[in-house]
Design a protein around this ligand. Structure first.
Ligand SMILES: Nc1ncnc2c1ncn2[C@@H]1O[C@H](COP(=O)(O)OP(=O)(O)OP(=O)(O)O)[C@@H](O)[C@H]1O
Ligand SMILES: [Mg+2]
Length: 242
């Protein structure tokens, strides 16, 4: 579904990622793992069309141009950005309506907003509330719901569990699993490697802008180097207890 070959991104003189190859097949959950500053967000933003880049990104046999966010969204790529990107001074409902702005099937889109309220009763309860007044977990749900309203084929999630309590993280992860069962393809950027590898199909590991390891989630979960670097080694708890 998505094929990346030789991707490179620079921020001015700073090379953020280089020589990245990555594939996502229809129906997969692919995890992109790596420590702070490894380049995960950069790759997600390049796929979404939010950055200039070198190399090639193709999506469903179509070559994507750099800086073509609007086009990529219409082609079916939707990003839930790091930090969620919800509009704090708008209500929950207004935020959801932002999710359908690119759709031409207005009537169906409006009905889909209603369905989101049924799916997430907590959002319905809070529909007239300012988004800034929601908890972190509720904001994450809102951001994911909004992204789904653009009817993506590929959903890019950038650290959806960041700052969430463990229970809420479990809930968000189970919801990601549900979305996949409904046919969505997902790229999940995460630092919580151990938990992510439990339900991803395959994973890529980035280290300072380069892809160092890739494989099935179960291979990576059993890989000593991965376990050392990202899971905190053998039976010890993870370094990053977040
Ligand atoms: N706007 C920018 N200008 C300059 N350098 C940047 C910019 N954004 C990111 N970088 C640099 O690019 C590299 C990759 O950053 P990126 O945000 O993609 O990493 P990340 O893996 O998402 O990290 P984190 O886990 O902290 O979110 C880092 O060295 C970072 O400092
Ligand atoms: Mg990031």
């Amino acid at each position: 579904m998505l094929a990346i070959r030789g991707l490179g991104v620079q921020y001015g003189a700073v090379t953020a990622v280089r020589e990245i190859d990555l594939d996502i097949r229809e129906g997969e959950i692919v995890a992109l793992l790596g420590a702070n500053g490894a380049g995960k967000t950069t790759i997600a933003r390049a796929i979404a069309g939010l950055l200039p880049f070198r190399g090639e990104i193709s999506f469903r046999d179509q070559v994507l141009k750099p800086n073509s966010a609007e086009h990529n969204l219409r082609a079916g790529i939707s990003l839930v950005p790091e930090g969620r990107g919800i509009l704090a001074r708008m209500t929950v409902e207004e935020n959801l309506l932002m999710g359908i702005y690119c759709r031409t099937d207005r009537r169906a889109a409006t009905a889909d907003v209603g369905q989101m309220f049924e799916r997430f009763p907590i959002l319905k309860e809070r529909r007239s509330r300012l988004a800034s007044l929601l908890s972190g977990g509720e904001q994450q749900l809102l951001a994911i719901a909004r992204a789904c309203l653009s009817k993506p084929r590929l959903l890019l999630l950038d650290e959806p569990s960041l700052g969430l309590a463990p229970k809420m993280t479990d809930y968000v992860f189970s919801m990601i699993g549900n979305l996949r069962s409904e046919g969505l393809t997902i790229m999940l950027v995460e630092q919580k490697a151990r938990q992510t590898l439990k339900f991803a199909d395959r994973a890529y590991v980035l280290e300072t802008g380069r892809m160092v390891i890739s494989g099935t989630a179960s291979e990576l979960a059993g890989n000593a180097a991965v376990s050392e670097a990202f899971l905190g080694g053998g039976t010890k708890p993870p370094h990053h207890a977040n």
